[in-house]
Design a protein around this ligand. Structure first.
Ligand SMILES: Cc1ncc(COP(=O)(O)O)c(C=O)c1O
Length: 398
């Protein structure tokens, strides 16, 4: 008997790699992606190998060094940058902290942030403001979701003293994708740095950061790339590295002299890495990226995500009284909607009701809504089940 390898078959086999997908219908990729079995195995095998070689010794140090290099090369292939521009971190927030604290702030400087940023990143800017007398301004990006021009609004809020703009590439609360090329240009023209929170864009959008020319791009491996929680990174444009000093520093970021004393910082992204990390996780992220790339190019993966989000968006528009935040199909995998009366408690009740049926979504506080994320390996029947679950809840609660 010949087994015909249809696209459905391929997708089915691909999905079997992810144990978490076997017992649920998952729409929380923007919170955390599931890991493939091979990703988990890569972590365990790396751990076993470290124990076999060391755990401490020259051979094992050399091997860990090679793993770090290979992980940076894998990340660099997704971001289209040189591996040396990458700093390995634990998550998005650490990357943002490196970029925000590392600038040379003075009282009276300004920092511009949108009203759609993650509270963890907003907290960093508030602390900078408190410590250094920096004025943090928030500009109204949310209102541009369906109408208006985000770049023009940003431009209105730039001030001669603005030193840094902090902005997400894809907004976690609405799914809006920002025109980063235009934003880079506006920031460059006004002489300020641009830090991008890439929590929702790495692993979702096809990227070429070298072409984009963004200054700082902070990301994580544990969301759309489906890597392990605990490894992320920061891209720093080589031309601005001298302007970004390490706030935390340790043996991993410095070159020692013949007496073993700190002599210089590493002249690349390593200068912001501090000390011992959970190295086996790097092997996990490298494997996770390989698995994504085996499925298709970044462009193919993105197009598939958009097809799925359009399908979900279309189906939700057919449900009575559901209000989608976006009035046209999203350009990302994040689909956000509100229930009739738009009450936070109803959104939470819906999310809990769905989870009881094995359907995983989440609530967002601002704007108050429910978020469902689709990946390229989401299947249409999952979307149908989600829409059916929402329909049931609407019927029950009407
Ligand atoms: C836009 C955005 N920024 C930051 C974060 C925090 O991510 P991490 O825990 O990797 O720092 C998230 C997590 O959901 C996010 O969506």
């Amino acid at each position: 008997m010949t087994i015909i390898s249809s696209p459905e078959n391929k997708l089915h086999l691909y999905r079997q790699q992810f144990p978490a997908l076997a017992n649920k219908v998952y729409f929380n990729y923007g919170g955390q992606g599931p890991m493939a079995q091979a990703t988990m195995d890569a972590i365990t095998q790396a751990q076993a190998y470290i124990q076999q070689l060391g755990p401490f010794g020259n051979a094992v140090s050399q091997w860990v060094g090679q793993q770090i290099k290979a992980t940076k090369a894998a990340i660099a292939s997704e971001l289209k940058v040189q591996p040396e521009t990458i700093t390995l971190t634990e998550n998005v927030t650490v990357g943002c902290n490196i970029a925000i604290w590392g600038l040379d702030w003075h009282p009276g400087d300004r920092l511009l942030i949108s009203d759609c940023e993650h509270h963890g990143i907003v907290a960093v800017t508030q602390e900078i403001s408190r410590r250094y007398g920096v004025e943090v301004t928030t500009f109204p990006l949310l209102a541009t979701l369906n109408h208006g021009d985000p770049v023009a609004v940003l431009q209105q809020y730039l001030h001669p003293n603005t030193r840094l703009v902090v902005l997400s590439h894809i907004l976690w609360n609405t799914g809006q994708v920002l025109p980063l090329d235009k934003i880079v240009k506006v920031c460059r023209d006004s002489g300020c740095f641009l830090l991008v929170d890439a929590a929702q864009s790495v692993g979702l959008l096809p990227l070429n950061l070298t072409e984009l020319g963004v200054d700082f791009y902070a990301f994580t491996g544990h969301k759309w790339l489906c890597g392990p929680a605990g490894v992320g990174g920061l891209y720093v444009r080589p031309e601005v590295r001298e302007s970004l000093q390490p706030t935390f520093i340790g043996w991993r970021g410095i070159i020692t002299n013949s007496q073993g004393q700190p002599a210089n910082k590493y002249p690349d992204g390593q200068c912001y890495e501090v000390a011992t990390s959970n190295y086996p996780l790097y092997a996990g992220l490298k494997e996770a990226i390989a698995i994504q790339q085996q499925w298709g190019t970044a462009e193919e993966r993105y197009q598939q995500i958009c097809r799925h989000s359009e399908y979900l968006w279309q189906k939700l528009t057919q449900l009575p009284h559901i209000r989608l935040l976006q009035t046209s199909p999203p350009e990302s995998g994040l689909v956000c909607f509100q229930l009739p009366h738009n009450h936070p408690q109803s959104h939470l009740e819906l999310v809990k009701f769905l989870e009881q049926q094995g359907l995983f979504t989440r609530t967002i506080a601002h704007p108050n809504c429910v978020r469902a994320c689709v990946h390229y390996f989401t299947i249409a029947s999952e979307i149908d089940q989600l829409v059916e679950g929402i329909r049931q809840w609407l019927t029950m609660s009407s």
